[in-house]
Design a binder for this molecule. Structure first.
Ligand SMILES: Nc1ncnc2c1ncn2[C@@H]1O[C@H](COP(=O)(O)OP(=O)(O)O)[C@@H](O)[C@H]1O
Ligand SMILES: [Mg+2]
Length: 257
């Protein structure tokens, strides 16, 4: 049991926090709790730069919302016993993309992915057109996308454009990284299908697709990178690598143009 939260003008309520499975990449703790039959998410930021990460997350959620993209709503709640810094958001009802994909049939999976890439490519198109790097998700993975009734909600905005890449480059990394996660979720044998769906959705931003290919296959020392890739593949045969995505996309691109 925990004391709090205190919504403005309300007394202290008692609630039970349920810890969500922790991410391997961060030390954060993410909980769900309910008040008056409404479900919320409490994210407690831990580790390096936690105040800045919390600030960035809040700013990006507000920015995406302002631009009309689907993100959880931030709630102004005081949770007495939670360590600072933290953020409370409304719980988005629906499975994460990873959970959805693990329980769906191939036909349903691909149909869902086609809707997802359509929604993402619209956001990336606006991001590139308006040179808005804040409209990129810098920690793309299938746990950070929630499949709700009214579309896909994105969560987890702590990461940022560390390498000062262009908006198009950052967007291309988001799309390619997500492809790799999805192939990991539904099986690498579906990678070509996934890449085709992505390429169809990004037809009007063909430059972004070409960047995915070029950033991997046109780097210097290809012999070395391909050797490392082959070694990695041997150890992790179920994973889709950057080269798997780039090589497949290079083949597919000519067909969709
Ligand atoms: N508002 C929300 N509604 C529903 N699920 C959420 C919400 N916020 C986060 N989650 C789920 O909790 C997981 C962890 O939250 P996240 O912000 O990604 O933190 P971290 O990656 O540091 O653990 C997410 O991947 C998502 O599946
Ligand atoms: Mg996350």
């Amino acid at each position: 049991m925990f004391s709090g939260p205190r919504e403005k003008g309300q007394g202290v309520l008692v609630m039970e926090l349920q810890l969500l499975p922790p991410s391997k990449k961060t030390q954060n703790r993410v909980y769900t709790f309910a008040v008056n039959n409404r479900k919320y998410v409490l994210k407690v930021y831990r580790g390096f730069d936690r105040f800045a990460r919390r600030g960035r997350e809040k700013l990006l959620i507000e920015h995406w919302k302002h631009k009309g993209f689907k993100v959880p709503e931030i709630c102004d709640m005081e949770i007495e016993s939670a360590a600072e810094p933290y953020l409370v958001t409304k719980f988005i009802d629906g499975p994460s993309l990873r959970t959805y994909l693990s329980g769906a049939q191939p036909g349903e999976q691909l149909e869902m992915l086609s809707r997802l890439f359509e929604q993402m490519s619209n956001r990336h198109h606006i991001a590139i057109e308006t040179n808005d790097e804040r409209l990129v998700q810098y920690d793309a993975n299938s746990r950070n996308i929630i499949c709700a009734q009214d579309g896909f909600y994105f969560v987890d905005f702590e990461a940022f454009n560390r390498k000062h890449l262009s908006v198009e480059e950052s967007a291309s990394i988001e799309a390619a990284t997500l492809c790799r996660w999805i192939a990991g979720d539904i099986g690498v044998k579906f990678l070509e299908e996934v890449v085709r769906i992505m390429a169809r959705a990004y037809q009007r931003d063909i430059g972004l697709l070409k960047l995915i290919v070029a950033r991997t296959t046109a780097r210097p020392f290809q012999f070395y990178h391909r050797w490392k890739n082959a070694r990695h593949k041997k150890k992790n045969p179920a994973a889709a690598t950057k080269y798997d995505v780039a090589d497949t996309l290079a083949r597919v691109i000519t067909c969709v143009r």
